[in-house]
Design a protein around this ligand. Structure first.
Ligand code: CMC
Length: 441
């Protein structure tokens, strides 16, 4: 019978070791036993961008990238999008099980009683420039929350973790809406807890002089989008939250780091970049030229490709359908025609097929957000709000995991050998070193 082990031979020394294979992985620390002499610290694995490294054990989200499957705590994303709502899904992600009626009521109450933010946060927000990107405002204000809740430092305490989780999920829409109102130069609208999570958010965003009643189709569409974005296992921002959280810093600081990671155009900033790209393409006639620039590497086809999905992102399918439900209320966003044609042409092209590049979650979301009336800079913010549930679940899982320690990867040092310090007046002319300085920077 086959052993669940891997035998590795170091051909430099002939040393052989046998390491256990558990859950399809080997503990790479075992390789440190391979040394060539007593000064050798041991063999490392080299994995830039961690493409083949499992950094944790997790019970939260399952993805099968080849078959396009996404599950939270064992439930298919399609089922949750159809039958659940965001706050219930957030409960599932954070606590591991779907709530019964009583627990859901208590959870909803516990989240909504934290929707207000300290008035000082508003003053702080006022200091941002009129054109500040709302993702930068969100990142800054979430980090600032850590100064309001010193109790959050007690990350080992279950009650404290629970409280910060409720606070963060509760306050995120309020801060996001405040960032939007700042952008528009509009007075802030305070939360109304009798509304749903997304209904309250829409009101805080769009209420003008008369009161605002959220359209139920838009309210539900946003809720579905929030379900779809709630977690996605070890993506860049979740990895950032876990890594920063591993220093045992408070969760506000860790989540602020996650927001920073999400902001980038290769991650959550892609939804914003997709709409800018579609606007730049401008018409279906320009698609073939655009496709050429994506293939030449001059630009990337934003909203396409994924590190894990090598088939259609299951979230993308739901979102594409949802777009038409939203357009029933808002009118059609003409960018959808360019997006559909772009997808059709790309999915017939060898370049994209060979590399298994399919539309991801961000390809159609921006088109919906734009139809609802969000400016492009708000799109990544709309990603950050629901992802907070996932970040906090992953953070708590990491804190509780006895195998986790402070995240501290290794490096392969390829720099200079020891050398003498040269006095300022004796150093070579800057011109002689220009190339190297440019590369170093
Ligand atoms: N357009 C054109 N070529 C692409 C694209 C794209 N969108 N994505 C990947 N490629 C090519 C890339 O040039 C490379 O080609 P080659 O093998 O010839 O060098 C090959 O495909 C593999 O790409 P990679 O960059 O090594 O793949 P990755 O797993 O490191 O990157 C990705 C994944 C999502 C960052 C990348 O596909 C990308 O930049 N996509 C566009 C941005 C985007 O839509 N991001 C949202 C991701 S999903 C939601 C989220 O995470 O927030």
């Amino acid at each position: 019978m086959a052993n669940d082990t891997l035998t590795i031979t170091d051909n430099r020394t002939g040393k052989q070791i046998e390491v256990p294979i558990t859950h399809g992985s080997i503990p790479t620390s075992a390789l440190r036993q391979f040394t060539v002499d007593e000064n050798d610290p041991g063999l490392l694995t080299y994995d830039p961008a961690l493409t083949n490294t499992a950094s944790c054990k997790s019970k939260i989200t399952y993805i099968d990238g080849d078959r396009g499957i996404l599950r939270y705590r064992g439930y298919d994303i399609e089922t949750l999008a159809e039958k659940s709502n965001f706050l219930e899904t957030a409960y599932l992600i954070v606590k591991g099980e779907l709530p019964d009626e009583e627990r859901l009521k208590a959870w909803n109450h516990n989240i909504t009683m934290h929707t207000m933010v300290h008035e000082s946060i508003n003053k702080f927000m006022d200091g941002f420039r009129y054109d500040a990107h709302p993702m930068g405002i969100l990142m800054g204000t979430i980090a600032a929350l850590s100064t309001f809740y010193p109790d959050a430092k007690d990350v080992q305490d279950l009650q404290s973790r629970r409280l910060q989780t409720r606070r963060l999920i509760g306050k995120m829409p309020t801060l996001a809406a405040f960032a939007y109102r700042h952008l528009r130069g509009l007075p802030l609208v305070y939360p109304r807890n009798e509304l749903s999570y997304t209904g309250n958010f829409l009101r805080m965003l769009f209420k003008m002089a008369s009161d605002y009643t959220p359209n139920p189709v838009i309210e539900r569409a946003l809720d579905i989008l929030f379900i779809l974005h709630a977690d996605h296992e070890q993506n860049c921002s979740t990895n950032a939250v876990r890594a920063v959280g591993s220093s045992m810093v408070d969760p506000y600081s860790a989540v602020a780091a996650g927001i920073g990671a999400l902001y980038g155009p290769r991650h959550g900033g892609a939804n914003e970049a997709v709409v800018r790209m579609l606007e730049k393409i401008g018409s279906v006639d320009n698609i073939p030229k655009a496709i050429e620039s994506f293939k030449s590497g001059e630009e990337r086809l934003m909203g396409f490709g994924h590190r894990i999905y090598k088939s259609y992102d299951p979230r993308g399918k739901i979102i594409k359908k949802l777009a038409y439900e939203v357009f029933e209320v808002t009118g059609k966003n003409p960018l959808i025609d360019i997006a559909l044609e772009l997808e059709r042409i790309a999915l017939q092209d060898d370049y994209f097929l060979k590399r298994k590049l399919y539309p991801n979650v961000d390809f159609y979301t921006g088109i919906i957000y734009q139809a609802i009336g969000f400016p492009e800079t708000m799109f990544p913010v709309l990603f950050a709000i629901p992802r907070t549930a996932g970040w906090l679940a992953q953070w708590a899982e990491s804190i509780r995991d006895p195998e986790q320690r402070i995240t501290r990867p290794r490096q392969l040092y390829l720099g200079e050998a020891p050398r003498e310090y040269v006095a300022l007046t004796k150093r070579p002319e800057p011109l002689e070193r220009e190339d190297q300085v440019a590369e170093d920077i």
